[in-house]
Design a protein around this ligand. Structure first.
Ligand code: 87F
Length: 702
């Protein structure tokens, strides 16, 4: 490829061509008044590469074929990429197919001054010796609005109309073109080809995930798209949540909302804009985050007098109102929550769900009479978060406290639920609940008169859970075949798939399926009957497996006859029959599936937590993709040193050990787990040898 491109350019310069390169070509099109849409990309030497370029609906991908006969006359054929170019059409043009050969690299160079992979109708302009006798255009192409073609070089694709190509471009060159039917096929064969083509398209869309889960980041990218959770979007770091994933979020909302409602938390909505002055009110906490704040600076064509920040969190939006609402101790506790979107303009590599510039969350903010009440609130919410992860998403978490350097700077302490992604051993913060002390209440003057008519500041908490939780669930439970949904968040918990057979009347089978569906709906199960007749049962099995539906019910001739269904469980592929009258077991079966998924996940999580008593053991475990629980002195200086040293030493490591690519990057503290053994006098910090105070969990993190 490289070699031929070099020759290509050399000749272009030597011969002083009419259209030496794509710039000249595009300029020429503009001069001729031809409108086009351009896409720039890496070279696309083959048709397989070409069809990956996204073009507008109604645009055909064009195969460009240069033929040559025995007398060295050339013919350029433009065919729709799906057309099978036959032999018979040559005769209709008064030519003999026996004389025609597809031209070789040197011949392409000679006629069009072009290389293989760079044949296109625009290079006709460079055929100064009139070697190309005719340009033959596939009749199929007349059915499209535009054609996708390369302007001389295959690093750009333009979409232009056939009419412009013929009547403006080729006409200006005084070149003849002929529209012809290129395929030899009979009408019936053509229909067959069309069906095959449609089938292929179908398969293309649902093609299995091409990598195993062990190729983790590629696997994740494929799962989120093929399971129809995410659609990509033009703004970097922002993604479309499709119904299949938004439903999961709705389940999380419903579950958590019920929990906090019982705690007498009230839902509210505060505006998403805030002024610079508002944002800077509590300087200390904003300082570290400033770079991530997104601003609105214009309206229409005019500059906004006062730029507006888009909420990255709502402390400084809410607390001025809190100051108005709290007058006496009778106004306490004040407990509000809101479900909103949040914008944080991060520059780390985005990952759908896990790290995105806009995301969805709930943020809760409470104000209390006493410190004890506030602390209690912090832990109640932390338990709720543990329940969301465990009871809904079947993801185990570790409850803990952040170290001083990892806590939210605006608060007194930060509690957290952390999980560990088994595939790469990375820690992932699942949600957080802060004890804010009186820091904000003093700043914002949220105060009241206590029983003795003394002024007192309130004690506050704030807490948040985001759509990141969905990412953790996908990573934990997905497998080589795709997504595996825990039953409580699955939009469809059960799909019914009829297996049509010539011995079975389709109408009766469908009625049976519909009947079963109604039985299950009465049990409050979320069930879908896939009665599409243009897809085979096998195709449907794959599709719903990829989308992670917990249970599929198959009903074929055997099941129909015996009045039963075949149950196939997604997460462990277990298969068995149940009688129709026993369908009420399905609720219990789904619960069992949830529990089994959670248990499996718990084991996987535990396997990623190792202990270490010294630096050597620590680094060895880190390089085995584990998190490490160590005794620690709780000194910030020591924490910093571990972070820096582990980063340096992992970078120096070979990139491959035991055939596995090693993760590099420094380890930080994930949390000090709430549940931990007591540390005795004389026990030492694993790193610096000072008296240890607590156990802390270290790991690379998301
Ligand atoms: C990004 C930009 C500006 C996090 C930010 O955790 C400010 C911030 O304050 C910021 N990123 N934070 C901390 C958020 C604290 C707290 N807020 C309520 C939560 C839970 C919900």
């Amino acid at each position: 490829m490289w070699k031929s491109r070099k020759i290509f350019y050399k000749i272009l310069i030597d011969n002083n061509l009419l259209l030496p390169n794509k710039q000249a070509c595009l300029e020429q099109l503009t001069k001729l008044g031809i409108n086009y849409i351009a896409h720039h990309h890496d070279p696309v030497p083959t048709m397989d590469d070409v069809v990956k370029i996204q073009v507008t609906n109604g645009t055909a991908y064009v195969k460009n074929l240069l033929y040559v006969d025995k007398k060295q006359n050339y013919y350029l054929i433009l065919a729709n990429h799906t057309t099978h170019v036959g032999k018979l059409f040559w005769k209709t043009l008064g030519l003999s197919s026996g004389n025609m050969r597809i031209s070789k690299e040197e011949q392409i160079l000679e006629a069009l001054k072009s290389s293989k992979g760079n044949v296109n109708p625009f290079s006709i302009a460079n055929d100064s010796n009139n070697r190309v006798k005719n340009i033959i255009i596939d009749e199929e192409l007349t059915k499209f609005q535009r054609l996708a073609l390369h302007p001389i070089e295959n690093t750009t694709t333009i979409e232009i109309s056939l009419a412009d190509l013929q009547n403006k471009f080729l006409k200006a060159l005084n070149r003849q073109s002929t529209i012809a039917k290129l395929t030899d096929a009979s009408a019936e064969q053509q229909l067959q080809q069309l069906k095959q083509y449609q089938n292929d398209q179908q398969n293309l869309q649902t093609l299995a995930i091409t990598v195993k889960k062990s190729d983790f980041s590629e696997w994740y990218q494929q799962v989120i798209r093929k399971a129809e959770l995410i659609e990509y979007y033009d703004v970097s770091g922002c993604y479309i949540l499709r119904p299949w994933s938004y439903f999961i979020w709705e389940q999380i909302q419903r579950y958590f909302d019920d929990l906090i409602r019982a705690e007498e938390v009230e839902n509210t909505y505060f505006p998403m804009f805030l002024s610079a002055q508002q944002l800077n009110k509590e300087k200390e906490h904003v300082e570290g985050f400033k770079a991530e704040v997104a601003w609105v600076t214009k309206y229409g064509e005019s500059d906004l007098n006062e730029h507006l920040a888009i909420r990255p969190t709502s402390e400084t939006i809410m607390y001025p109102a809190f100051a108005k609402w709290v007058q006496s101790h009778r106004d306490l506790p004040l407990k509000v929550n809101q479900w909103t979107n949040i914008v944080r303009w991060e520059f780390k590599y985005p990952t759908p769900f896990i790290r995105t510039r806009e995301f969805l969350w709930q943020e809760g903010h409470t104000a209390h009479f006493t410190k004890e009440e506030a602390v209690k609130q912090v832990y109640t919410i932390l338990d709720f978060y543990e329940q969301v992860y465990g009871e809904l998403l079947a993801v185990p978490v570790i409850k803990g406290i952040k170290t001083e350097s990892e806590k939210f700077a605006g608060g007194d302490f930060t509690s957290t639920v952390e999980t560990i992604i088994p595939q790469n051993g990375r820690g992932l913060q699942g949600a957080t609940s802060h004890h804010l002390g009186q820091n904000f209440s003093k700043m914002f003057e949220i105060k009241f008169e206590d029983d003795k008519r003394q002024k007192a500041f309130v004690w506050q908490t704030s807490w948040g859970l985001t759509t990141r939780s969905i990412g953790a669930m996908i990573m934990f439970h997905g497998d080589d075949k795709g997504l595996v949904l825990p039953p409580r968040v699955a939009k469809y918990q059960i799909v019914i798939i009829p297996i049509i057979n010539k011995d079975l009347d389709e109408k009766h089978l469908n009625e049976k399926c519909e009947q079963i569906k109604q039985i299950l709906i009465k049990q409050k199960l979320r069930v879908h009957f896939d009665n599409r007749d243009n897809y085979s049962p096998g195709w449907k099995f794959n599709k719903w497996e990829q989308k992670g539906v917990p249970i599929r019910l198959e009903i074929g001739p055997e099941e129909f006859k015996n009045n039963e269904v075949r149950v196939v469980q997604r997460f462990d592929n277990k298969k068995y029959q149940i009688k129709i009258e026993d369908l009420n077991q399905l609720n219990q079966i789904l619960d069992n599936i949830h529990n089994a998924m959670f248990q499996k996940a718990q084991i996987e999580l535990k396997q990623r937590i190792k202990q270490a008593d010294n630096w050597k053991e620590f680094m060895a475990q880190l390089n085995q993709r584990n998190t490490i629980l160590t005794k620690w002195c709780q000194r910030e200086e020591c924490e910093q040193q571990v972070k820096t040293k582990s980063g340096v030493e992992s970078k120096e490591k070979d990139s491959e050990i035991d055939g596995q690519v090693q993760l590099t990057g420094s380890a930080k503290t994930l949390c000090m787990p709430l549940k931990q053994d007591e540390i005795k006098e004389g026990e030492k910090c694993f790193h610096c040898g000072h008296q240890a105070k607590r156990y802390v969990l270290w790991g690379r993190s998301y």
